[in-house]
Ligand binder design. Structure first.
Ligand SMILES: Nc1ncnc2c1ncn2[C@@H]1O[C@H](COP(=O)(O)OP(=O)(O)OP(=O)(O)O)[C@@H](O)[C@H]1O
Ligand SMILES: [Mg+2]
Length: 260
């Protein structure tokens, strides 16, 4: 039988190899090798400023929005070089979706938020859009709470509901990978639990990379965990092993609360 860590090494949907990233003169990532396993949840942990968001944003080239940015090494999506000049960034970001720390619903109705991506893709049929919106809202565990007010403004939802709406909006275009950057850090424990539950639900159909400051959250939801420090990937492996018997002293110091 394959060990968990081997499964990821063999079949990652996304993978960085020797990846370094500079914002101008500042190097934010240093020689990072990390795979995101298919239909698995990979948590990225580490202290503030260590490069977690930068690494996450590499996977769909969102860092390109912060020039001057320079990459060295490679980012492979299904084995293809995502840094190649020929990469279609719109297509990449449709297949590798992202949800941010602060919920950012568009100032439009709940329905329009979720239908936004599919409409951009050219789906105009109302019946089809209704099906897509319902399905995405169900996957994001929000349908029951909003089904009677789909035409009301998304800005009237609670913070936790807004964050699940953003997840529904991301899921509506059927991404293969979902990147979540501290999606629950602004939420109370009940809203956080709903996000964690839905992440565990969707992993049957989506591969997930989740950045979190919260080690309990990483331990609860993820299959693999990657620990970063000062732009370097210090250690990654099956979550249970990393938290119970880390290989590196730095990992042990971090998870036992000695710094960060
Ligand atoms: N757009 C940017 N332009 C310039 N420097 C940036 C930019 N984004 C991040 N950095 C720098 O890169 C380093 C890594 O930042 P990053 O946001 O990836 O860290 P993080 O681990 O996500 O931190 P946090 O936990 O606080 O969100 C930091 O030194 C940060 O100041
Ligand atoms: Mg961050």
């Amino acid at each position: 039988m394959k060990r968990e860590s081997e499964a990821v090494a063999i079949d990652p949907v996304l993978q960085t190899k020797g990846l370094s990233v500079w914002y101008g003169a500042h190097q934010a990532l240093k020689d990072v090798d990390l795979g995101i396993g298919v239909n698995r949840i990979t948590a990225i942990i580490g202290p503030s400023g260590c490069g977690k968001s930068t690494l996450l944003r590499c996977f769909n080239r969102m860092n390109d929005l912060f020039p001057p940015i320079r990459y060295d090494g490679s980012i492979l999506f299904h084995g293809q070089d995502a840094l190649a000049p020929s990469t279609d960034l719109v297509a990449l970001r449709r297949r590798v979706g992202m949800v941010f720390q602060r919920a950012n619903p568009f100032p439009m109705s709940i329905f329009q938020n979720v239908a936004y991506g599919p409409r951009l893709q050219g789906i105009g049929n109302r019946r089809r859009l209704e099906e897509i919106v319902e399905s995405a809202l169900r996957r994001a565990a929000l349908w029951e709470e909003v089904k009677d007010r789909l035409n009301r403004s998304a800005l009237g939802l609670s913070g936790g509901q807004q964050q699940r709406l953003c997840i529904a909006r991301a899921l509506a275009v059927e991404p293969e990978v979902l990147l979540l950057d501290e999606p629950a850090s602004a939420l109370d424990p009940t809203a956080t639990a709903k996000i964690e539950d839905l992440v565990l639900e969707i992993k049957s159909s989506v591969s997930v990379a989740i950045v979190t400051h919260n080690m309990q959250q990483a331990a609860r939801v993820s299959d693999e965990t990657a620990f970063m420090l000062n732009g370097k990937l210090i250690e990654e492996g099956p979550t249970r092993a990393l938290f119970t018997s880390p290989r590196e002293r730095l990992t042990e110091d971090y998870i036992t609360g000695r710094f960060g």
